[in-house]
Each structure stands twice: as C-alpha cells, then as structure tokens.
Design a binder for this molecule. Structure first.
Ligand code: GLV
Ligand code: MN
Ligand code: MN
Length: 430
C-alpha cells in the first residue's frame, strides 16, 4: 500500500456510524490517534506508526494517558507489582467473580497504532458506554492494560499477564536488556519487583481481549469479526556466535573465523528447516547484532534471536532441536562456536468454547458476521488461559499487515470490535 492509499483508507469513514451498542466510534478514534503521539517518529503523522517499546519513555507517557482516561471513566486505576494497569467497576453482586478484559499498549519498534491499543482503548470505551447508560452489570468488571506484551524488551513477552498467572521464570527480575535490569525497568513504570508475587490474580468469570487479526483472513473474506479458537505457542532463543575479530585486509579467506558467515548460514537454515514440512509453523531470525560492526573488521561476535511458532508445541520443540543440531554443523564448518540459550517459552492456548459462542451471539446481535480462526500472533490471553477461561475477538487488518507502520484497521471495524467486546461483556456479566 502506498502512503497515499493509506491516508485515503484512514479517511475512509471520517464520521463513523454509531453502533447499536452505544459505542462512540469518534471518541475511540480520537483516543487511538492521541495515544499514537507517544512514540510517533519526530515530525511524523499517524500513518508513520509508533515505537512504544515497553519501559521506554514513550511507554511511560502512553500509560499515563491511558490511566487518565481510566480515571475519567471512573475506573480508579492502580498499578500492580508487575506494572499492569487495572481498573474496576462495581457490579450489583460484589461476591461474583469479575469479567476481565483489556490488552496492551506497548509496541514493537516501528510498529502500528492498532496492535494492543485497540483492545485497551475499547475496554475503556465499553465502560464509558455503560456509564452513560447508567447500566450496572451484575458481575464486577475489570479493565487491564498488561505490561510488556511484545517482549522486545528482555526478549520475552506477556510479562504482565505471566506475572498474573504465576508464570514468571525464576531469576527473571535479574535479566538485563540494554543495560537495565528487569527489576529497574519495572520500577520505572510503577511496578514493585520485590512484591512481584502479589501480581498473581484471583479468579475471574472470563478474560476477553479484542485485537486486530494481524493476518489477512478476515480482510480477504470481508468478515468483520473473528472468533479466536487458539493461540500459537512461541519459543525464542538468544544465540551467540563466537568467531574471531581480525583485520579484514590482511586475514586470508581460509583463515577466517567469521561469526557473520555462521549467522548468515544459520538464518537460512532456520528458514529451510521450518519450510521443509507442511503446516502453519513459522520461524524467524528477527534481531541481529554484529560486533564490532565495522567495514574493515571480520565480525568476531554475533548475537541473534531465533523464534519459532505453531499451535503444536511438540512441533515447536522438535524444530528447535533440529535447528540447534544444524547450528553445531555450521559452527564446525565455520570454525566458530554457536551457543543457544532459551529466552522464552509460551505454550499454545485454546480459547474457551462457551466464550467463543458468547462472542458469536454478541456479533449476531449486532448484525455482524463472524468466523472462527486461529491466532498466529501471541497474546496475553495465552497466559490467562492458564488460570481461567479466555476468548478473543479479532477485527480485520487491511492486507493482513501488522508489526509495521502500515498496520491498519478501518475505523468502522474498530468500532464494531468495541461493540462486540461490550456486548460480550454484557452477556457474561449479566
Ligand atoms: C506479539 O504481537 C507477537 O505475536 O509477537
Ligand atoms: Mn498485540
Ligand atoms: Mn504485537
């Protein structure tokens, strides 16, 4: 899509129709646009996307804005020990377990303005609608904005939801990324690493998350609502390749121990191994550091990440082993050492079948077609599935693009998604 086409699409529905559920599409759009200012490239516009990596200054500013909106919606937001932002709305029966819903607002570097933001701001929008209608649900409601969903920081995502589900790794607080410990990063956003156990949460009736699809199924088939059946498992590794830095002019080719040559072969091997069997599995080398990264020095050290995903965790584990075996052959051939360290392991998760039906009922009530589909992206709902029933609502991503400034969802689809979220909450909280 060209920039011109993008801008045309953004203007597609300047005054979006109200939905029968009462969702204020205009307010939702304005808030998505305002949040996009935090992490926007200097001098850029909405279409230039956002870099709001967790624990960055932009993340801190975005979180403050979201908390302001939560306060205005009467949610009295608090930050738990894991940095998650939580706000509650009382139900008529305080003894009942709450309906929990939300998403995240951290982004990947040069990401889009919908991934996470839509679900977070739609959760607040749902509360606004209930407030305006003076509608009290039977169950309490709880809105959540999770910490570090993307896991660009610390190469391990779903931080806040894993803390809530008791899934943090031992020693995770001591991990260091960009020279800052997880412990200190958490303090920066108002969390409390010394009381991290207190972020474990109690039972809930359901966890719901609205999200953009980030793939092209709904857009291709022109279906406004996706009902997620399950979320892929994700394994990540930190890989260090140790060669020998030496003079690029004087070291003969046969004598080199070039870490970047090994890294290049490994990158291609990941792609080949993942592609050589049928299925939806994916594998990516997405981050690479070359040291010392100078034109006249043979690269002595490379650090890179390997990430693998599939709904079948056994397949993810087997692919990981095959890639590591190949890496050792590459190390021998290139006279380097290749060391794999597991960075994160997120189990695949199934959505609750009854909650899927609730989302379908809510969509039907709003006159919106829906279809079931899997999620190739990771989500905090995956952690919640460990401790309670979860389900996710997807809306179309134009051309299936995400984790890119070109990520785009139509305002009308955003409002529809918020409406389906609200209706689902109404059904579950009744
Ligand atoms: C999160 O968006 C992920 O799937 O990496
Ligand atoms: Mn997301
Ligand atoms: Mn994402």
């Amino acid at each position: 899509m060209t920039r011109g086409q993008f801008l045309t699409a953004m203007a597609f529905a300047p005054f979006v129709r109200g939905t029968s559920s009462g969702v204020n599409a205009q307010r939702l759009r304005q808030r998505l646009e305002e949040l996009s200012l935090h992490g926007r490239p200097t001098g850029g516009i909405f279409a230039d996307g956002v870099s709001r990596v967790a624990f960055s200054d932009a993340d801190v500013a975005g979180r403050a804005l979201v908390m302001r909106w939560m306060r205005e919606a009467g949610l009295n937001p608090r930050i738990d020990a894991a940095g998650n932002i939580l706000g509650s709305r009382a139900g008529s029966d305080a003894k009942l377990e709450p309906v929990l819903f939300g998403s995240h607002i951290d982004s990947v570097p040069s990401g889009g303005n919908f991934d996470g933001d839509l679900g977070s701001l739609s959760a607040i929008e749902a509360i606004e609608v209930l407030n305006a209608a003076r509608e009290t649900t039977r169950r309490p409601l709880e809105v959540v904005v999770w910490t570090n969903e993307e896991g660009v920081a610390y190469n391990n995502g779903l931080f806040g939801s894993r803390a809530a589900a008791g899934l943090l790794d031992k020693g995770e607080m001591d991990h260091v990324w960009n020279g800052v410990s997880q412990r200190d990063a958490l303090r920066k956003i108002g969390g409390d690493p010394d009381k991290i156990g207190s972020a474990r949460r109690g039972p809930f009736r359901a966890y719901l998350e609205l999200h953009i699809e980030q793939g092209g199924n709904l857009d291709r088939q022109k279906i406004p609502v996706g009902v997620v059946e399950g979320i892929v498992g994700i394994d990540r590794f930190d890989v260090e390749i140790r060669g020998f830095a030496n003079h690029a002019g004087t070291t003969p080719m046969p004598d080199r121990q070039d870490a970047l040559i090994a890294a290049s072969e490994l990158t291609i091997a990941v792609n080949q191994i993942v592609r050589r069997e049928p299925g939806r599995q994916v594998g990516t080398v997405g981050h690479i550091d070359v040291i010392p990264n100078a034109p006249n020095v043979i690269p002595g050290l490379v650090r890179l990440t390997v990430e693998l995903r599939d709904l079948d965790k056994a397949k993810v584990a087997r692919l990981g082993r095959e890639i590591q075996d190949r890496a050792q052959k590459i190390a021998t051939e290139t006279k380097t050492a290749v060391v794999f360290t597991p960075a994160s392991h997120h189990e695949p998760a199934l959505a609750d079948p009854k909650l899927q039906t609730v989302i379908e009922q809510a969509s039907a009530k709003l006159g919106l077609k829906s279809m079931r589909l899997p999620s190739g992206a990771g989500h905090d709902a995956q952690s919640m599935a460990h401790i309670g029933p979860m389900a996710m609502i997807f809306i179309p991503s134009v051309n299936g693009i995400s984790h890119s400034p070109k990520e785009l969802s139509r305002w009308e689809d955003c409002a529809n998604g918020a409406a389906v979220l609200l209706e689902s909450v109404r059904i579950l909280a009744a």
